[in-house]
Design a protein. Structure first.
Length: 151
């Protein structure tokens, strides 16, 4: 009977150890963690002509962003504080392709990438994300999209 108790104790201890050793921690408390967005407007300009969807992806740690601009792919660090709803992107890196069509796409690329410098806060309302400046003016507007790997 004593050996049965020792075996049970060892089994429970092993299970508890397995349960506490998890992989990378996800910041699941953040409402923005592990989400993907498609651009709707830049500074209120809703008509965005781009050869493909302009996207923003927020990694599961809510510390990195990545996506596709009107021409190039980009990525960088971000500081998100959910209590104060702050969203501050660090310097963004991007691929260096030139896109000539449609006309003005490179100007749109510059406008999009530069807009992140103005963003200081966010408002999420369901599947809408508004990135705003310090005055609460919308700089970038997104709608949530679900990628195959999200489902």
């Amino acid at each position: 009977m004593a050996s049965h108790r020792i075996f049970t104790l060892l089994l429970l201890t092993s299970l508890a150890a397995c349960a506490s050793s998890q992989g990378p921690q996800r910041n699941s408390d953040s409402p923005l963690a592990d989400t993907n967005w498609q651009l709707l407007a830049i500074a209120g300009q809703a008509s965005i002509e781009s050869p493909h969807p302009v996207t923003l992806g927020i990694e599961e740690t809510a510390k990195e962003i990545r996506g596709r601009g009107p021409c190039n792919r980009y990525f960088g660090n971000v500081q998100i504080n959910d209590e104060s709803a702050t969203f501050i992107a660090g310097a963004l890196a991007a691929t260096k392709m030139y896109c000539g069509q449609p006309e003005g796409v490179m100007d749109l690329e510059l406008k999009f990438m530069s807009a992140f410098n103005e963003v200081r806060q966010y408002v999420r309302d369901g599947q809408s994300l508004s990135l705003q400046d310090t005055e609460g003016n919308e700089v970038l507007a997104f709608t949530q999209v679900f990628l195959e790997q999200d489902q």
